[in-house]
Design a protein around this ligand. Structure first.
Ligand SMILES: NC(=O)c1ccc[n+]([C@@H]2O[C@H](COP(=O)([O-])OP(=O)(O)OC[C@H]3O[C@@H](n4cnc5c(N)ncnc54)[C@H](O)[C@@H]3O)[C@@H](O)[C@H]2O)c1
Length: 240
């Protein structure tokens, strides 16, 4: 459970809030003032019962027969996610992945500002990406301090990740998004979100194997004699 202001919300609900916010902002762009739970759920890729339950943790929203006010629900979720204030991001490790992440154009629209790129390789340092010059990781403490960085994306090889993460934390950063394939050992008050594309693909492969086994097409079941059951879904695009 995670405390947001005066309410306590399950971590899985917090993880779905960005999807609701994105759907609400799309509706705003389309000039829609009110929406139903079923429309918002559909656009967010979750079931409408799940959506109503998630929103009930935050408070009482929506009017029976009218639906949700898009603008006010959007503002409320943005505030709950701490997006009222800008988050300043740094990327450490500007290789294939870090470079692609640097060039993602969606940060600003969602309340983030990329302010620094750092790498250890002298042939990468000094290059430009996303309008920033890559700086040497030896300068990490100075750069994070001067640019007031509050979140770091870690895209170094696994072998460097722990040491870099410890330095990042020593600078006062408490939120890290890690792509490095290692379990980081950091103080309890540091929040690490790890992204593992291959792991997600393995989960999809599990679902494919389960579907094939259920259809009896001769494909081996992934785990023993009973037909495997897929983990609970929250919608067509499972957001957990
Ligand atoms: N989680 C995922 O789904 C996923 C997907 C792709 C890659 N990865 C992981 O992301 C990481 C980066 O992958 P990539 O393909 O960009 O690799 P890459 O080798 O292209 O880039 C890694 C970069 O990190 C830099 N680096 C090395 N040590 C450093 C240090 N101490 N401080 C700062 N920078 C340092 C290197 O100079 C290089 O530029 C790897 O750990 C990889 O396994 C994860």
């Amino acid at each position: 459970m995670i405390e947001i202001g005066e309410v306590t919300v399950p971590a899985a609900t917090v993880a779905r809030l960005p999807y609701y916010l994105r759907a609400l902002r799309d509706l705003t762009r389309e000039g829609v003032d009110t929406t139903s739970s079923s429309e918002l759920a559909e656009r967010s890729g979750v079931g409408s019962a799940q959506l109503r339950k998630d929103l009930s943790y935050l408070g009482s929203f929506g009017t029976r027969g009218v639906g949700y006010d898009v603008e006010s629900l959007s503002s409320y979720i943005a505030a709950a996610l701490g997006l009222g204030s800008e988050h300043r991001l740094a990327i450490v490790g500007v290789g294939n992945l870090g470079h692609a992440l640097a060039n993602y154009s969606g940060y600003a629209a969602r309340g983030f500002c990329l302010v620094a790129l750092l790498d250890a390789d002298p042939s990468v340092v000094g290059r430009e990406a996303a309008g920033l010059v890559v700086e040497h990781v030896d300068e990490l403490e100075r750069v994070l301090g001067e640019r007031d960085v509050s979140m770091v994306i870690l895209a170094t090889p696994g072998s460097a990740a722990q040491a870099v993460a410890e330095r990042v934390v020593a600078c006062g950063v408490r939120e890290i998004l890690s792509f490095s394939p290692v379990a980081l050992q950091l103080p309890d008050d540091v929040v690490v979100r790890s992204v593992d594309v291959a792991g997600e693909l393995q989960i999809l492969a599990f679902h494919a194997a389960a579907r094939n086994a259920q259809q009896g097409d001769g494909v081996a079941r992934p785990d023993g004699p009973s037909t495997p059951r897929a983990p609970a879904e929250v919608g067509k695009n499972s957001v957990t």
